[in-house]
Ligand binder design. Structure first.
Ligand SMILES: Cc1cc2nc3c(=O)[nH]c(=O)nc-3n(C[C@H](O)[C@H](O)[C@H](O)COP(=O)(O)O)c2cc1C
Length: 183
């Protein structure tokens, strides 16, 4: 199997991390991969806010969980109330991805960048996880000021990055009846 496809198939959402910080060069390579994602109209409508300060990561975790508690969806409110749950799974690096709201398709563009980040991380055996829950912290407008997210941006997602505690687990079963050919 070629190496890119192998990396794609090996990537897993990692939910346990070593406390050691990843190297600056590794982070730079991951961020460089992010900005090489395709974007509609070549808008490149994103900002990546990199947080490697434990207290700040925890502030986002606490704020997100507080907001999650009030959500009408039971599994989300339960996670918000769960004491041991950390939305970044204890990762030493959190990246917040925001997009310029008036671009053509900022959320899709940012999502393409995130997938590049996850694959770049896996190619270096660094653990990663796409963090939808990060958005809950950014429901509070004050959070935009605190993290210098531009007013014309919306925070879509977070990404957790760090060294893996263990080898990747088995991939969740993939549905295979999703292809239809017309030849
Ligand atoms: C938009 C999006 C949001 C996600 N949010 C979270 C999250 O907040 N926390 C988490 O642990 N995983 C999150 N995930 C990861 C998925 O749960 C995971 O990709 C899925 O279960 C398949 O597992 P795999 O990534 O190991 O293949 C998210 C994935 C996507 C695409």
């Amino acid at each position: 199997m070629n190496q890119t496809i192998e990396t794609i198939k090996n990537r897993r959402s990692v939910r346990q991390y070593l406390p050691d910080q990843i190297k600056d060069q590794e982070l730079e390579d991951i961020l460089e991969a992010a900005i090489y994602a395709p974007t509609a109209h070549n808008d490149q409508p994103w900002k990546f806010t990199i947080i490697q300060n434990r207290e700040l990561i925890d502030e986002i975790n606490q704020g997100a969980k507080e907001a999650m508690k009030g959500v009408d969806i039971e599994w989300i409110s339960k996670l918000g109330a769960m004491e041991g749950f950390n939305i970044f799974h204890g990762a030493p690096t959190a990246v917040i991805i925001s997009g310029k709201k008036d671009a053509i398709s900022p959320m899709v563009d940012c999502s393409a960048a995130i997938e590049n980040m996850l694959l770049a991380a896996e190619s270096m055996d660094i653990g990663s996880c796409w963090i939808g829950f990060a958005k809950f912290y950014f429901l509070n407008p004050e959070s935009y000021k605190k993290f210098d997210i531009p007013d014309d941006h919306e925070v879509y997602y977070g990404v957790a990055l760090g060294y893996k505690v263990r080898e990747n687990s088995e991939a969740p079963e993939r549905n295979r009846n999703v292809f239809q050919y017309f030849r």
